[in-house]
Design a protein around this ligand. Structure first.
Ligand code: ZN
Ligand code: ZN
Length: 150
């Protein structure tokens, strides 16, 4: 695990503690898996834990992820019909490829201008880059047909 991932897990565990959640080995392992990826589904987290030799039920992984979302340590973004989870420590928005499910993080300042316009008009954006923010769906370069405009 990189130093950066280590810091991110520590920050998420602190958020969990502040919300009254317990710090368990299983929760720590789930956070470690998320810190080493952009976003993962519950099944992908489960697979990574199994690869690391940790035996945790998929239903337990779901329960842990829900607790982390409630604590505000993790946010949820739907990708091609299934929920994916990412650490919420660094605020960011998301661009998702509808064809292959590739998920990229968008820096907040890129999306802030759009949110300002929305709030000025007849709509208020009440999610920020911590709770999942704005999700933009489209096509990544690899999935775009050559004939389609860039
Ligand atoms: Zn995210
Ligand atoms: Zn794609």
């Amino acid at each position: 695990m990189t130093e950066n991932a280590h810091d991110r897990v520590a920050a998420a565990l602190a958020a969990l503690r502040d919300s009254g959640g317990r710090r368990t080995l299983a929760r720590q392992a789930v956070l470690q898996a998320l810190a080493n990826a952009t976003h993962l589904s519950a099944a992908q987290v489960h697979d990574r834990l199994a690869t690391a030799g940790m035996r945790i039920d998929l239903s337990t992984v779901h329960r842990i992820l829900n607790a982390l979302v409630t604590a505000g340590a993790v946010h949820v973004v739907p990708v091609r019909g299934r929920l994916t989870y990412g650490l919420a420590d660094h605020p960011h928005h998301h661009a998702v490829c509808g064809a292959c499910g590739d998920l990229r993080q968008l820096p907040p300042d890129l999306v802030d201008a759009l949110i300002k316009v929305m709030n000025f008009k007849d709509f208020t954006v009440d999610r920020d880059g911590r709770d999942g923010g704005v999700v933009v769906y489209g096509r990544c370069d690899a999935c775009r047909q050559p004939s389609e405009p860039a």
